[in-house]
Ligand binder design. Structure first.
Ligand code: GZL
Length: 320
């Protein structure tokens, strides 16, 4: 990478070059959950782009959302003697043994987009959002929207046992504390997918007077929200007005729905967890710099007031 003083931000350019130089010749294994959502697909694309920019040889393994496939892939990376391992852990438990093996092999592990319940010394750092805060932001938006009116909420949870499903539920419930007029009347996993989100929403509608008793949907990700929107429309109701829709991820399609008035709010999650992960790995491998155990990414609320069509245009080619 060539830096001249004509290069805008020469210092930044030099820092990037240094980072790239430090990461050059690294081989990194990436155990990815799967491609269950638009956001996950974007995370994979961005991770591959970030690796290419840094000259990192990325070994990619798609686990089809099964923890046993992730564990198998991680053991394969250890056997290959990779320099580092990235894991997006599908669920929060069951990782200790394989992480012990990576530690034994002196291969640093970085967690992407989900936390795990394991001793912190078993991984170098975790790059994730504050998932409790994401749920709180979503809940606070609904509280502001509903005011004192009575509101029955149905909740589409993420993958059972995953940190985002656990934390986003907790954060949303925190927001509802002290607002007894708003209550979660039904809650079930839609496994972060559009298909399952639609199926579960169909069952909620059937169980709740054809949807007449439902005031809002809180979906732990936009893909389940998009599935729910389809179910609501097929039931002859108007998503976004008859039933408010609030979710998390800020993928392009939720902005299309917002632009047509069919969705109301989303909390943004960056798909670029790999950039900070690769930077932390390069600093650790090259000069032993220990990163913090948690590298937090930002969360931002978007509503219909934020020119959703323009946001869609800005996001639509980013690999979702
Ligand atoms: C959250 C991430 C979640 C996304 C979903 O950090 O793990 O997994 O919100 C994806 O879209 O399935």
């Amino acid at each position: 990478m060539k830096c001249t003083f004509a290069t805008a931000g020469a210092v930044a350019c030099l820092a990037m070059a240094a980072g790239m130089a430090m990461a050059q010749d690294m081989t990194v294994g990436f155990s990815q959950i799967g491609s269950e959502s638009g956001w996950r697909a974007a995370e994979t694309t961005v991770t591959q782009q970030e690796a290419q920019t840094r000259g990192i040889d990325l070994k990619f393994a798609d686990a089809q959302q099964k923890q046993e496939n992730q564990i198998k892939a991680i053991r394969g990376f250890i056997a290959q003697g990779v320099d580092a391992i990235l894991i997006a852990p599908v669920v929060a438990t069951g990782w200790d043994a394989v992480l012990e093996e990576a530690k034994e092999a002196e291969i640093p592990v970085v967690l992407l987009d989900r936390q795990i319940e394991a001793p912190e010394e078993l991984y170098l750092t975790a790059v994730t959002s504050d998932q409790v805060y994401e749920g709180k932001v979503a809940g606070d938006w609904l509280v502001g929207e509903v005011g004192d009116a009575d509101c029955n909420v149905v909740e589409l949870q993420g993958t059972t046992g995953s940190s985002p499903a656990i934390n986003r539920k907790a954060g949303f419930e925190q927001a509802l504390e002290g607002h007894d007029n708003i209550r979660i009347t039904r809650s079930q996993t839609g496994d972060f997918t559009r298909t399952k989100g639609k199926e579960v929403m169909e069952s909620f509608i059937k169980a709740e007077g054809g949807g007449a008793n439902i005031c809002a949907v809180y979906a732990h990700n936009d893909d389940m929200a998009v599935g729910a929107i389809q179910a609501i429309k097929e039931a002859g109701l108007n998503p976004g007005t008859d039933i408010k829709i609030v979710s998390i991820d800020a993928v392009p399609d939720i902005f299309l729905a917002m632009a047509s008035g069919e969705a109301n709010a989303t909390v943004e999650l960056t798909p670029n967890m790999a950039g900070p992960a690769f930077d932390a790995l390069a600093a650790f491998i090259n000069d032993g710099t220990e990163p913090p155990k948690w590298i937090q990414t930002e969360s931002k609320l978007y509503t219909q007031a934020d020119d959703p069509q323009a946001v869609y245009e800005a996001k639509k080619d980013l690999g979702y």
